[in-house]
Design a protein around this ligand. Structure first.
Ligand code: CUA
Length: 351
C-alpha cells in the first residue's frame, strides 16, 4: 500500500478532513513537548541549585507574586481554549453532513459491513466512492454496536443498534484505503474490515454500470410499501385514509397527538415503522401494528429511502434520482389493498 505521509507512522491523508485532524494532533504534540521539556529541565536545575547544603536550615518565606500567578493562569487558559476551539470546529464539520452529499447506506453485522448505493449496487466489506464528491453514509446495525472507521480519511463513527448514525467525507485522491470496525463487537471483531476504493468519477461510473443489481433502495422500498408489507392499504395518501399522509413530509415538522412536534427525519420514519404507537400523528388513531422483527435493517433503509423519495424537494437526490414521487392513483391503491390483506390485524390494539 502506498504510504506517502512524511511521518510513516501516520496513515495517508486522503480526505478533506485529514490535514485538519493531523494539524490539531501535531499542535497537541507540540504543546505537550513545549511544556514537558522546560518542566523536566527545571526539575533537574532546581534539584542541583537548591539542594540542601546544611541540615535543618530554615527556608526563606515567599509571599507570592500577582504577576506570576496571572501569567501562569492566562497562558494555559489561552492554550486550552485553542485546543477546545480547534477540536470543536473539526468535530462540528465532521458530524454535520452536507445536504448535497451522495448518500450510501451501511449496515453493520457480526462480522461484516454491508453497503448499498442509491443506484442499487451492493457490496460487502468494500466501499467504492468517487473522488472529490461529498459522500454521506447512513449507518445502522443488525446486532451489536460497531464503529465504522477509515483512518486515511481521519473519520469514524459508532454504528448503533436501533437508530441511524451518519458520517460524511470527501476523498481527495484515488486509491485503496483500509476500512475497520473500531469497536470491540465479538469474536471476529478484528476481521471486520475491508477496503475503501476511491476512484475517478469516470472509473466510478464504469464500476457502477458493471455492477448492476436488481432494485435501487427506492424501488425496493416501493415494492415493500405497496406489495409485500401492504403499507399502501392505509397510507395511500388522500383524504379519509387510516394512515397518515407520507407525501411531502420529509424534513418537515409533524404534529403529534398530545401537541408535541417532531421533525420527520430518517429516525422518525424508522421509529414510526418499528414503534408506531410512540409517535402518533395528530388526527390519526394508534392502530398501526409494529413491524419490528418483520423487516430487516436493509428493508428498513429501503422503506425510509422510498418515503423520502415521496418528498422530492426535501431529500437531496443525487446519482440516479428517483423519478418524481409516484403519485398513487386510486386504482393502484385498491388493487394493492386487495392483493395484500390488511397487515396483521391481530396485533392491533384498536380502541
Ligand atoms: Cu464490528 Cu468490531
Amino acid at each position: 500500500m502506498q504510504n506517502t505521509s512524511w511521518v510513516p507512522l501516520f496513515p495517508e491523508q486522503a480526505s478533506t478532513f485529514a490535514w485538519q485532524v493531523d494539524a490539531l494532533y501535531f499542535y497537541l504534540i507540540f504543546v505537550s513537548v513545549a511544556f514537558s521539556i522546560p518542566i523536566i529541565a527545571a526539575i533537574f536545575f532546581f534539584s542541583m541549585k537548591y539542594r540542601a547544603k546544611e541540615k535543618y536550615a530554615t527556608p526563606d518565606e515567599i509571599h507570592g507574586s500577582m504577576v506570576l500567578e496571572t501569567v501562569w493562569s492566562i497562558i494555559p487558559f489561552v492554550i486550552s481554549m485553542t485546543i477546545f476551539l480547534g477540536g470543536a470546529i473539526i468535530y462540528f464539520q465532521q458530524y454535520t453532513p452536507p445536504d448535497d452529499a451522495m448518500e450510501i447506506y451501511v449496515v453493520g453485522k457480526q462480522w461484516m459491513w454491508k453497503v448499498q448505493h442509491e443506484t442499487g449496487q451492493r457490496e460487502i466489506n468494500e466501499l467504492h466512492v468517487p473522488v472529490g464528491r461529498k459522500i454521506k453514509l447512513t449507518m445502522t446495525t443488525e446486532d451489536v454496536l460497531h464503529d465504522f472507521s477509515i483512518p486515511a480519511f481521519r473519520t469514524k463513527a459508532d454504528v448503533v443498534p436501533g437508530r441511524y448514525t451518519y458520517m460524511w467525507f470527501e476523498a481527495t485522491k484515488p486509491g485503496k484505503y483500509h476500512l475497520y470496525c473500531a469497536e470491540y463487537c465479538g469474536l471476529n471483531h478484528s476481521g471486520m474490515g475491508g477496503w475503501v476504493y476511491v476512484m475517478e468519477q469516470r472509473d466510478f461510473d464504469n464500476w457502477l454500470s458493471g455492477n448492476v443489481s436488481g432494485q435501487t433502495p427506492v424501488e425496493a422500498g416501493k415494492d415493500l410499501f405497496q406489495n409485500k408489507l401492504g403499507c399502501a392499504s392505509c397510507h395511500a395518501g388522500g383524504a379519509g385514509q387510516r394512515g397518515a399522509k407520507l407525501e411531502g413530509i420529509f424534513n418537515t415538522d409533524v404534529k403529534l397527538v398530545g401537541g408535541q412536534t417532531v421533525k420527520a427525519d430518517d429516525q422518525y420514519i424508522r421509529n414510526s415503522i418499528l414503534n408506531p404507537a410512540s409517535q402518533v400523528v395528530e388526527g390519526y388513531q394508534p392502530i398501526m401494528p409494529t413491524f419490528k422483527g418483520q423487516v430487516t435493517e436493509e428493508q428498513l433503509n429501503s422503506l425510509v429511502a422510498y418515503i423520502k423519495s415521496l418528498s422530492p424537494g426535501a431529500a437531496a437526490p443525487t446519482g440516479s434520482a428517483p423519478a418524481a414521487a409516484p403519485a398513487m392513483s386510486a386504482n393502484t391503491n385498491t388493487a394493492a389493498a386487495n392483493k395484500t390483506a390488511p397487515v396483521k390485524p391481530a396485533a392491533n390494539s384498536n380502541k
